[in-house]
Design a protein around this ligand. Sequence first.
Ligand SMILES: [Mn+2]
Length: 366
Amino acid sequence: MPGSTSATVDDIREALLAAERVVLTSHIRPDGDAIGSEIAVALFLKALGKEVLAVNSDAEPRRLGWLIDDHADGLLEKFEEGKLSQIEALANADIVMVLDVGAAHRLGKLADRVMGASAKKLLLDHHPDAEGWFDLACVRTEMASTGELVYELIAGHDPELIDEHIATALYAAIMTDTGSFRYGATRPSTHRVVADLLERGGISPEPIHINLFDQRSRESLRLLARALETITTHYDGRLATMVITQDILRETGAYFDETEDLIHYALGLKGVVTALIFLETLSGIKVSFRSKGDCPINDWAAQFGGGGHANAAGAYVRGIALNRVIKDVIDKAPLHVMADAAAESTDDDISQADLALLSAFKGKLD
Ligand SMILES: [Mn+2]
């Protein structure tokens, strides 16, 4: 039924088992969860004798290259306009399965081809607000990662199929999206899944962690040093911001994708509940929102045309100068970022005095 977001992992598996040719795809600027989930599903379907191709609008970031070189060469490609094998795969597919993203615009150059494909469209995702054009959509927002859903997909068919390669891909997926098992969405079941992956795959965490996080370039460390200097706090130290300009990137020689984990340093500051990073790109300002604990920031990101999870969201602002974007975003901080939500919640209603205090806070930037 088109528009259904209530499909189960079993429904998704049943549809896949009945198919012969499957194309997988995920979001632009694919991360470890996107790539790891795609590789695991691709290896699973290949083991079942299906024809499968995973194709993304963007290439994988360089730091995830090892995942593909090692296990999935020829299974996962970057979309190339006019590449016959990819066009044929999309045209002949029984199923196009989208992983880790439910919004067409985040499929990049593949959006029209995926939506226009005659194949059945499946979604397996953990992001809220999936669009309605999927034939079967399994969206489980309580999951920390799409990788955990893929584990369910495979283990529910035959856990024996979880070999070293599938286990490595899923471990990397889950490790990425849980921030190495420390974010709020990490649950006991997350640890049960990774325990099973370690056992069945005969893999150990350390080399995967080293591959994912300990491969920094000198340029990226120079970028880190510069980025730390830009940290500013607001609202009594509850909000920390970081700014990366094109000048900083140029001067340090770092790549844009090396900005990815910088925000955690701002979030790591004592007393900070929310951190923002403003990244100046050639076509606009990318704003990343992160928070700790019960401090949702996705509605805040949505005010700037973005969205995401409660504790991790993003937005992209075009046509407005960097300094203006910084001020606008900070000014629109939700009340629970501006002031201590615990103090407010002792009263059901916010008093007039509190509201006056909050509006005074609002204009005050460090
Ligand atoms: Mn994810």
